[in-house]
Design a protein around this ligand. Structure first.
Ligand code: SF4
Length: 266
């Protein structure tokens, strides 16, 4: 596992800061990476070029360009598992982490060890500051019932922001055809929320392409997918879906919420 770069403490940029005025994402890297017009134009150009590239070529570019300042977040979904298999061949030492909210399924967490055994990638489980019982005590019960946006904010986004500090780029496993929020995702672009380059090597893949790869390469996957859970997040906010339903219909089912906020730009 790569050592994480140590964040800077000097104010080296005039970019926007975190809520407490601290440097965020690639501002805190040494050297920092800032979204100058040249950087943004280059990313846009690469992204168009990568529409015809394989995910392995895209990952290879990211690893060569960002080195140990390239990381990946995974929830061990089918797309994430597919990228982990690719990474095991290209760069098994890339730092990969999981946002371990404390509410994940045991079946999800079991994949962490499968990945370590099979691919030699030790996915780091990053936890929020408060345990589930401390958090629920603080809020008088589980917040996912009455305020899932704050719960995702506290237990996912805040943890990712901390992980992003000092990095230049992160890989996500989103596909454009998963949801309207993801439909316009570039393959390579600037992620304003986390102040990082965001690389989505499977952005233009379909669900079928992902599952063909999983079956072809015998990539392990979450057994809950065979029990009617096409998309798996935290246990309290994930339900099985019926035949023909949207693949993300089981996430925060019965509410207007469709995303945890990691892949939206608001
Ligand atoms: S998915 Fe549900 S339990 Fe998990 S962090 Fe979001 S609101 Fe909380």
């Amino acid at each position: 596992m790569y050592e994480r770069p140590r964040p800077l403490h000097d104010d080296e940029s005039s970019e926007p800061k975190g809520s407490n005025g601290e440097l965020i994402g690639s501002q805190a890297a040494k050297p920092p990476l800032l979204p100058t017009p040249d950087v943004l134009a280059d990313l846009a150009e690469q992204s168009v070029r990568f529409e015809a590239a394989t995910p392995e070529e895209i990952l290879g570019w990211a690893i060569e360009r960002f080195g140990d300042k390239f990381t990946m977040a995974t929830a061990f979904g089918p797309e994430g598992m597919t990228i982990l298999e690719m990474l095991s061949k290209i760069s098994p030492k890339t730092w990969v982490f999981n946002l371990d909210t404390g509410y994940q399924f045991a079946e999800t967490l079991a994949l962490r060890d499968r990945v370590a055994d099979l691919y030699g990638i030790e996915v780091e489980l990053l936890k929020p500051e408060l345990t589930v019982s401390e958090y629920e005590k603080l809020h008088g019960g589980p917040l996912y019932v009455i305020n899932p946006n704050q719960c995702c904010g506290d237990r996912k986004l805040t943890v990712l922001k901390k992980a992003a500090c000092g990095m230049h780029a992160w890989a996500s496993a989103i596909r454009r055809d998963q949801s309207p929020d993801r439909a316009l995702a570039p393959i390579v672009g600037w992620d304003k929320k986390f102040h990082l380059v965001k690389v989505s090597p499977l952005a233009n893949w379909t669900k079928k392409q992902v599952w063909d790869r999983i079956l072809d390469r015998k990539i392990p996957y979450n057994p809950l997918h065979d029990e009617g859970f096409p998309s798996i997040g935290c246990k309290p906010c994930t339900k099985a879906v019926g035949f023909g339903e949207d693949e993300r219909a089981g996430r925060w089912s019965g509410t207007a919420k469709t995303e945890c906020g990691l892949h939206t730009q608001e």
